[in-house]
Design a protein around this ligand. Structure first.
Ligand SMILES: Nc1ncnc2c1ncn2[C@@H]1O[C@H](COP(=O)(O)OP(=O)(O)OP(=O)(O)O)[C@@H](O)[C@H]1O
Ligand SMILES: CC(=O)N[C@H]1[C@@H]2OC[C@@H](O2)[C@@H](O)[C@@H]1O[C@H](C)C(=O)O
Length: 369
């Protein structure tokens, strides 16, 4: 077993998640602590600007305009996150074998074989004095895959420990939502399903000045505009079979208008729930359990709306199973880093559409002087 730290800066642009696990890349030996380093308002503004400018990119290796500054922000925030994590938990640096570094996605356009994660792996390795695996999506996209989602291999490792009858679906509700379908030994199936919290966050920010709908309180008493949800569901993305993946801003133009804050939040929460539920008919068998992770697992209104749309199955938060809904993605990138070291596949034809099982990641060694 290796001791690995994973680092994730997700599409919500909220901050850096850090987690430690012990793993051989097949099983999880133990969960260690997890941590979080929020971006400051100023850092978030730089990242938002970088996301806006990244739309112009046609190569993944150049950093024009604000992207160079955003990359420095991302790299140094991650270095600070690791240093604080080691100090806070009294972890010796030399007990860490490897760090998995996702970086920040600023553009995801797999149809053009382009996915761009900013964050400098070699600089990070130098700053924290540890070897780093980064660029985990690049090989998959270069081979014609979607490059996302990558967490399914980790969801599978966790689900194997449940000893529960399948099919099980693990749903990550981050900025974008994605699902992993696990049914015993049959091949994993995975895809992005549509919006997670990003549309809702953007609406709530505009309507109330708050960054998100804390505990789903704004949406809870709101009235869902079912006709708006039904219109949104007609987007061809939802009928397409997996694998498929999304850029954070793919649905950004979809915003209810002429609505109150509560009704708009309720409608967007229902839209996320409906788009997740709409994957069920595209799966081989009806899932028995839906396990919810990511920030959306903290939103009781989201969970209620999912239960309403998935009446024949159980819908639980990952936290209720002893997993960590908040640390899951960071843990996954620790797991993926160890799989990368071992040359194990990170993705499969039915998770990203890559032609054959595919490893990935680039190693940046720390060379002590
Ligand atoms: N207490 C809460 N109540 C409701 N929603 C919450 C709460 N805490 C977090 N969230 C939501 O979760 C979001 C963050 O989720 P998460 O950290 O899983 O996203 P991410 O990792 O950035 O995204 P992705 O998985 O798409 O990369 C916040 O933007 C917010 O919408
Ligand atoms: C390109 C990119 O960064 N995609 C993210 C995003 O956030 C959620 C969803 O869209 C998922 O496809 C992916 O992240 C997770 C960690 C993944 O690769 O599994």
């Amino acid at each position: 077993m290796l001791t690995a730290i994973g680092l994730m800066s997700g599409t919500s642009l909220d901050g850096v998640d850090v987690a430690l696990i012990e793993t051989d890349g097949e099983r999880v030996g133990s969960f260690g602590p997890s941590g979080y380093r929020p971006y400051s308002e100023a850092e978030r503004a730089v990242l938002r600007q970088a996301l806006a400018e990244a739309v112009q990119l046609s190569r993944r290796d150049i950093r024009p305009g604000s992207l160079a500054e955003a990359e420095r922000v991302v790299t140094s925030a991650h270095a600070e996150a690791v240093e604080a994590f080691l100090t806070d938990h009294g972890i010796a640096r030399d007990s860490i074998d490897i760090v998995g570094f996702h970086g920040q996605t600023v553009l995801h356009r797999p149809a053009d074989r382009l996915t761009v994660q900013i964050g400098d792996g070699a600089s990070l390795a130098g700053m924290i004095g540890l070897p780093v695996i980064h660029d985990l999506r690049a090989a998959d996209v270069a081979a014609g895959g979607q490059g996302a989602p990558l967490v399914p291999v980790y969801h599978r490792a966790l689900a194997q420990g449940l000893h529960r009858d399948g099919p099980i679906v693990v749903v990550n509700i981050g900025g974008v939502s994605n699902v992993t379908y696990i049914d015993g030994d049959i091949a994993l199936i995975a895809c992005d399903t549509g919006p997670g919290n990003a549309l809702l966050d953007d609406f709530v920010l505009r309507a109330t000045g708050q960054p998100f709908d804390a505990d789903g309180a704004l949406a809870a008493p709101g009235r869902v505009d079912d006709a708006w949800v039904a219109r949104g569901l007609q987007n061809p993305f939802f009928a397409a079979a997996p694998p498929k993946s999304l850029d954070r801003n793919h649905f950004a133009a979809l915003q209810p208008s002429d609505t109150t804050p509560a009704d708009g939040a309720a409608t967007l929460t229902a839209f996320t729930a409906a788009t997740i539920a709409s994957i069920a008919p595209l799966l081989p068998k009806p899932p028995r359990s839906w396990i919810i992770t990511g920030g959306g697992a903290r939103n009781p209104t989201m969970l209620r709306m999912l239960r309403e749309r998935l009446p024949a199955a159980s819908v639980e938060s990952a936290n209720d199973l002893g997993w960590s809904a908040d640390a899951m993605e960071a843990q996954a990138f620790a797991f993926l880093a160890v799989r990368s070291l071992a040359g194990l596949p990170l993705s499969y034809p039915a998770t990203t559409g890559v032609p054959e099982p595919m490893t990935g990641g680039v190693k940046a060694d720390y060379l002590a002087s």
